[in-house]
Design a protein around this ligand. Structure first.
Ligand code: C5P
Length: 217
């Protein structure tokens, strides 16, 4: 029916900021809370989808959603990769750490005057799924930028072979990371950029899910 446009569709959502271990008590991470991704997962479930949420965030999730808790980019990569081919949509709302320590120490490192960490680049999950994507699948990425938002978002749309990029200006206060509201711009291939004015992440999540159901139905 009209209220459940995603009935019978399988949707994967990623959320949160990954943690990259230095040793058992230390890690590298970022400011992502997971609020936006969790809201997208809940909105997709409300529209009838079968939802798998792969999250690095400790936040609770409501609804009948399969929740897979991960820590690192590598764990998230494995969890997404093994499920992607049988999904109808993937929404990569997670802030995947761009780098991780080249070596993770199994014991706590002792304090020293100077410490140099060598970081290696993490797999780009969105880009890899973009290469594997079938035409029936919908791929959504996020872009958090402080400047040249339009230029970078459009570049991301092409480079990652995404269908939609949800861009937000993380340089502005009271929106974006770790707060309940957001203001975003939708970038897609055949439409003009669409600004979604400042409102609750739950409401933005609904707009994203509506965009996806139009795309896959
Ligand atoms: O390239 P950039 O990190 O700015 O792109 C952001 C988008 O790419 C987000 O949707 C994010 O989830 C995804 N991403 C990813 N794997 C990475 C880095 C980002 O899937 N290693």
């Amino acid at each position: 029916g009209r209220a459940l446009p995603l009935k019978g569709k399988s949707v994967i959502v990623t959320a949160g900021g990954t943690k990259e271990r230095i040793d058992p008590v230390r890690f590298i991470s970022n400011d992502s809370s997971g609020k936006m991704g969790h809201a997208v997962a809940e909105a997709a479930w409300e529209k009838g989808a079968e939802v798998t949420l792969i999250t690095a965030s400790p936040l609770a999730v409501s609804g009948n959603i399969t929740v897979i808790r991960v820590e690192s980019a590598d764990e998230m990569h494995e969890a997404v990769s093994s499920r992607f081919d049988s999904s109808d949509a993937l929404i990569m709302a997670a802030a995947v750490s761009d780098y991780s320590p080249e070596t993770t120490h199994t014991r706590k490192m002792k304090k020293r005057d100077k410490l140099t960490l060598t970081l290696k680049k993490n797999p780009d999950i969105l880009k890899e799924m973009g290469k594997r994507k079938q035409t029936r699948q919908c791929l959504v990425g996020f872009a958090a930028e402080t400047d040249k938002i339009e230029e970078y978002a459009k570049k991301k749309l092409e480079e990652k072979n995404a269908d939609l990029i949800v861009a937000n200006d993380v340089g502005k206060k009271d929106r974006g990371f770790n707060v309940d509201k957001n203001e975003v711009i939708f970038f897609s291939h055949h439409e003009e950029p669409q600004t979604i004015n400042l409102k609750a992440k739950k409401d933005i999540a609904e707009d994203i899910v509506d965009w996806i159901s139009n795309f896959i139905n």
